[in-house]
Design a protein around this ligand. Structure first.
Ligand SMILES: Nc1ncnc2c1ncn2[C@@H]1O[C@H](COP(=O)(O)OP(=O)(O)OP(=O)(O)O)[C@@H](O)[C@H]1O
Length: 337
């Protein structure tokens, strides 16, 4: 069987910078491959080297050592033009737009392919139209960039990358500054593009929950540690996802797929359906009430929601968590007097 042609493959890669002939290593021993039709999300704490890795993969800075192959060709031997036809990048920086309209921005994706006069051929116009359709931005294509929202700008940038029509698209935090709905929409859009157009897409993100929902593979980068790679589901069930959470106060809640604060073991038992108990516990923890004694009793009921609390000095019955927590705060004040 023929070996798959990787869009990118890197061996023993060392990334970093050179200052006054001195090497500043940011990360080394990196080995990875990107396949067509796969969405990869790269996660890691601030300063670990994610942007440095992207810059290296795009040939903007040289690798300190190791090798990078793009579509089977040594990156060092690719010209800037060949690279522009293979890889497109969407960075976080705002485009300084002047009077540019959305459709003009998307058309810029064709620059590597147009003739010296920059004239767009019929085929270019077709690709631009296809890119705008795939990203569903036609309804605002005639607007100036200064008059569109952050979410719309991000979609327009993705359309531009798509119009560039390379095998590889790299995006640096495409969901930063976006609301929850737009974060999901952008990542789902990338997933769709990746599958329908058979692109390799690499996304740097701090958005673990959306990455888990959309990525085929997560790459977890930690200082001085090998890159952890795998499907989100495998990394969760194997516990490797915890590598991302180096702070002692955080853990990954496997049941709910969320990062949570660690709750001390010595909390009061709460009786009731698990999902309700989870949220009551969250409210207790937020109020600093995680150390209630064993002589406190909390019962939760659903449909309709009701909470009953018994303390050594009294009781409470109500319909909101907030009222119950306020009662417990008063009871604790009394007890400590
Ligand atoms: N031009 C540069 N010259 C020297 N060191 C640099 C340069 N740019 C970044 N660094 C350093 O390289 C390290 C990695 O930075 P990088 O921007 O790649 O991190 P990052 O993981 O992308 O962080 P963030 O999540 O905050 O964007 C940092 O210690 C940073 O200070």
């Amino acid at each position: 069987m023929e070996k798959p042609l990787y869009t990118i493959s890197a061996q023993d890669l060392c990334i970093g910078y050179t200052r006054k002939k001195q090497e500043i290593k940011v990360h080394d021993g990196l080995n990875f491959q990107l396949l067509p039709g796969q969405l990869y999300c790269l996660l890691g704490p601030n300063g670990v080297g994610k942007s440095t890795l992207i810059k290296t993969l795009l040939g903007h800075i040289p690798a300190l050592s190791g090798s990078i192959y793009i579509n089977g060709k040594d990156l060092k031997k690719l010209s800037a033009e060949q690279m522009a036809k293979t890889a497109s990048v969407v960075l976080t920086d705002r485009v300084s737009s002047g009077n540019l309209h959305v459709a003009d921005l998307v058309a810029l994706g064709r620059v590597p392919f147009t003739n010296w006069a920059g004239r767009l051929a019929e085929a270019d116009l077709h690709i631009i139209a296809k890119a705008m359709e795939a990203t569903k931005i036609n309804y605002f294509k005639d607007k100036p960039l200064s008059e569109i929202s952050d979410g719309q700008r991000q979609k327009a940038m993705i359309a531009r990358a798509l119009a560039q029509d390379g095998q590889l698209i790299i995006l640096d935090e495409p969901t930063a500054h976006l609301d929850l709905i737009n974060r999901h929409e952008i990542m789902q859009l990338l997933r769709t593009i990746c599958k329908t157009e058979n692109k390799s897409i690499l996304v740097i993100t701090h958005d673990l929950e959306v990455a888990i929902e959309t990525a085929d593979e997560l790459w977890l980068m930690q200082c001085g540690e090998p890159l952890i790679q795998g499907s989100p589901e495998d990394l969760i069930v194997s516990g490797k996802i915890q590598h991302l959470l180096t702070s002692p106060g955080l853990y990954f809640d496997i049941h709910h797929g969320r990062v949570r604060s660690t709750y001390p073991d010595t909390v009061t038992t709460i009786h009731g359906p698990a999902a309700l108990c989870q949220w009551f516990l969250a409210a207790l923890y937020k109020a600093g009430l995680q150390h209630l004694g064993s002589d406190y009793e909390i019962h939760l009921f659903e449909e309709p929601f009701k909470v009953m609390v018994k303390t050594p000095t009294g009781g409470f019955e109500g319909e909101t968590i907030r009222a119950a927590v306020d009662f417990l705060l008063m009871a604790e004040d009394e007890r400590l007097k």
